[in-house]
Design a binder for this molecule. Structure first.
Ligand code: HEM
Length: 448
C-alpha cells in the first residue's frame, strides 16, 4: 500500500530557513525523526524531499530516469555546464564511454605512483629547517598536492608552482558563490547574481582548461606519446563520427576534472589529518604501519594493500566528514520510492553527512573509530555512501582511495601536523563541505 510522505511539524518555509542557516543541525534532526524520508513543502516551488533511509537512498540514486541530476542553473552554468559531474542521459553515457578506461587498471597504478612522488616532494618542502614549526594552511597544501596530481595524470599537464595556489583561491571564490543558505531554496526564476570574484574565478578555470587543451593537442600531433589519459581519449574521439560533442564539450570536461579530480580529495586529506591530530594514538598506529611498509621509500601503488590501518583511518574520516556531504536529484515524474510516491519536480536530497552519523547504523556515531571498518565492509555497507551510488557513483573512487592512503602514510610517517581543536567548527556548506577560511596548522618533524 502506498503511504503519504511524512512532513516535519512546522511550516515549510521555517524548515527551509533552518536548513539554510544551519544545515547540519537541521539534517541531523530530520535524520533522527524520520526513518525513511520526509517532504518539506516550499512556497512557489515543488517540495524538498530528504531521504534518510540507506536502502531508499541507493534505490533513488540507481534510477536516473526517475531521479535525474538537476541541470545547471544560474552561476553553475558558468563552469563546466556539460561536464561529467553535471551531465545526464545520452550525453552522460557517451562521455562515460569515451573516458571510462582512464580511471581503471593501469591508470590507478599511475595515479597512486604519482601521488607517492608528489607527496615525497611535499615532505621535502615541509622538512626544511625553515618550515619546521612554521604555520601553514593545511587545506592549501593539500589542494596544491592533489591539483598537481590530477593535472598530470588526467590531462598530461605538469603545473608549475603558481597555478596550484591560484587554483586554491579560485576554489574559495566558487565555494562562497555556491554556499548553501536560505536563498538556495529560492525560486529558479531569480536572475544570475554571480559575484565579480566568482566570475573571475570561473573565467580563470575555463582559460586554463583551454590552454591545457591547446598544449596537449600540439604535443599529441608532434609525437605519439602515451595516449591513455582522459584528455587524450577525449581528443581522439573528436574524429569518431558516432560521437556528438556539445559546444565546448572538451573544455567543460577538462574544467570538470580539474575541479572534481582534486577538490574532494584535498578536503578529505585535510579532514583526515585533522582527525589524526586530535587522536594521537591513531596517528601513532598510522606512523608505525607507514614506517614498516614504506621503509623510507617513495610510496607506490603496491604499498596500498599493505597499509590496511591507514585505509581504515581514511574511510572513517570520509564517514565523519564526507566532502560531498549530499547528492542532489530531481524527480522527473510521480516516482515510486519504497512505499511512497515522490511528486514530480520534487528536489531530492540524499545527505551522506547525516545518514553516516546515524546511531541506528553506527555505534558511537560521533566518535572517530577507524577499527569499526574491521567489522564492517566499507565497500558493501549501505549506510556508508561517501562516493554516492548507482550509475553516477564516483568514477575517481579508486584514485581517491589508493592515492589518499599513500599520501597519508608518507606525510604521517615523518610529520606531526598539529591542527587546532576548533579548526573544523566553521565549515561552509556549498557543493562540497569546505573550511570557510583556511586550516592553519603547525608542522613538526616526528621523533624517530
Ligand atoms: C574523496 C574523494 C572523492 C569523493 C568523496 C567523491 C565523491 C563523489 C560523489 C558523492 C559522486 C556522486 C555524484 C552524483 O551522484 O551526482 C561523485 C561523482 C564523480 N566523481 Fe568523485 N569523489 C572523490 C574523488 C574523485 C576524483 C579523484 C575524481 C576524478 C579523478 C572524481 C570524479 C568524479 C566524477 C567525474 C563524478 C561523476 C561521475 C558520473 O556521473 O559518471 N571524484 N564523486
Amino acid at each position: 500500500m502506498q503511504r503519504e510522505i511524512p512532513q516535519p511539524p512546522d511550516p515549510g518555509v521555517l524548515n527551509a530557513l533552518r536548513f539554510g542557516s544551519d544545515p547540519f543541525r537541521f539534517l541531523e534532526a530530520i535524520q533522527a525523526r524520520f526513518a525513511d524520508l520526509t517532504e518539506v513543502p516550499l512556497p512557489g516551488r515543488p517540495p524538498l524531499v530528504i531521504v534518510t533511509s540507506p536502502s531508499l537512498a541507493h534505490d533513488a540514486l540507481s534510477r536516473p530516469e526517475a531521479f535525474e541530476r538537476v541541470p545547471a542553473q544560474g552561476s553553475a552554468t558558468r563552469i563546466a555546464e556539460n561536464g561529467l559531474v553535471q551531465s545526464e542521459g545520452e550525453l552522460w553515457r557517451q562521455q562515460r564511454r569515451i573516458m571510462g578506461s582512464a580511471f581503471t587498471g593501469p591508470r590507478v597504478v599511475r595515479y597512486a605512483n604519482t601521488v607517492g612522488e608528489r607527496a615525497d616532494e611535499l615532505a621535502g618542502e615541509w622538512a626544511t629547517p625553515v618550515t619546521d614549526g612554521e604555520q601553514r594552511d593545511l587545506h592549501k597544501e593539500m589542494t596544491a598536492l592533489t591539483i598537481r596530481v590530477a593535472a598530470e595524470v588526467l590531462l598530461g599537464e605538469r603545473l608549475g608552482d603558481d597555478r596550484p595556489r591560484e587554483f586554491h583561491d579560485w576554489m574559495q571564490a566558487a565555494g562562497t558563490e555556491f554556499e548553501f543558505s536560505a536563498t538556495t531554496l529560492k525560486p529558479g526564476w531569480l536572475p544570475d547574481l554571480s559575484s565579480g570574484e566568482f566570475k573571475r574565478a570561473a573565467g580563470g578555470i575555463l582559460d586554463l582548461s583551454e590552454e591545457i587543451i591547446e598544449r596537449r593537442r600540439d604535443r599529441l600531433e608532434r609525437d605519439p606519446e602515451e595516449r591513455g589519459d582522459m584528455l587524450a581519449l577525449l581528443l581522439a574521439a573528436e574524429d569518431d563520427p558516432e560521437v556528438d560533442y556539445r559546444e565546448n564539450q572538451i573544455r567543460d570536461e577538462v574544467a570538470t576534472f580539474l575541479i572534481a579530480g582534486h577538490e574532494t580529495t584535498a578536503l578529505s586529506l585535510t579532514y583526515t589529518l585533522a582527525l589524526l591530530s586530535w587522536n594521537p594514538e591513531c596517528r601513532e598506529r598510522v606512523r608505525e604501519e607507514a614506517r614498516e611498509v614504506l621503509d623510507g621509500e617513495t610510496p607506490r601503488h603496491e604499498h596500498v594493500s599493505q597499509l590496511p590501518y591507514t585505509d581504515r583511518v581514511y574511510r572513517e574520516a570520509l564517514r565523519l566528514y564526507p566532502p560531498a556531504w549530499a547528492v542532489f536529484r530531481r524527480a522527473t515524474e510521480d516516482a515510486p520510492l519504497g512505499e511512497y510516491t515522490v511528486r514530480d519536480g520534487s528536489a531530492v536530497i540524499v545527505p551522506s553527512w547525516s545518514i553516516q552519523r546515524d546511531g541506528r547504523y553506527f555505534d558511537r556515531p560521533g566518535e572517530f573509530e577507524p577499527d569499526r571498518w574491521e567489522r564492517l565492509n566499507p565497500d558493501d555497507y549501505p549506510p556508508y555512501l561517501p562516493f554516492g551510488s548507482g550509475p553516477h557513483k564516483c568514477v575517481g573512487r579508486s584514485f581517491a582511495l589508493s592515492g589518499a592512503t599513500l599520501a597519508l602514510a608518507r606525510l604521517v610517517r615523518e610529520f606531526d601536523v598539529e591542527v587546532p581543536e576548533d579548526a573544523l567548527d566553521d565549515l561552509s556548506v556549498s557543493v562540497t563541505l569546505r573550511p570557510r577560511i583556511g586550516v592553519p596548522v603547525t608542522i613538526r618533524r616526528a621523533s624517530e
